[in-house]
Design a protein around this ligand. Sequence first.
Ligand code: DC
Length: 226
Amino acid sequence: MKINIAIDGPSAAGKSTIAKKLCEKLGYVHLDTGAMYRCTALKAIRKGISLTDEPAVCAMLECTDIQLTPDGKVFLDGEDVSHEIREDAVSMAASDVSKLQNVRRDLVRRQQKMAEARGFIMDGRDIGTVVLPDAEVKIYMTASAHARALRRLKQNQETGIDTSDLETIEKEIEARDYQDMHREHSPLVKAEDAVEIDTSDLSIEEVVDRIYQLAVPFLEQEECVK
Ligand code: DC
């Protein structure tokens, strides 16, 4: 039996990058749960649904198909929205819809179903606390707001998705963190049994290796069971 690994933390802490690398190393599948909140927000914006209208957003979600492919693509009702959901306006809108309790209930249920088969590395804000409380390895990944803004700037320059300057990005990151940490339902908190990793001064390889070392005892158990 494979294990599940939960990675939570504020935006741009490196969760997705690390999860992808670790998946390559372990032959596991990455599930980026933030993409599901982003899809919900994008569709609501397109349809002109208010992001605070919980019944309307939930009704919309009931007839919404969201697919995350193993190669990192995101499909919303069959359309590839992998790039569009990363736009700046969608980031804050995703944080807005993630405040709605019934939206969370719907998406959490989908995420739990996806991870049933095990062998997943899931990243988000409530994975270790709500979605996969039984995950064998739980990580709370952080980095200073400045380090995260610098990374996001570099990412934006590479993808050309957003042209905001460093100061604007840092402010947006701080505002979104505040909202995600202070919402009423499932706010971002470190699970009691999560291991905190501050990635500000660590390379991608160092972070991947730290998590890998935490997973090793469970992987060895897997071998014994076989
Ligand atoms: O990880 P991300 O930046 O793509 O997430 C976008 C927003 O979605 C984030 O600001 C909060 C919300 N989110 C959440 O509430 N719970 C999750 N498990 C993942 C994301």
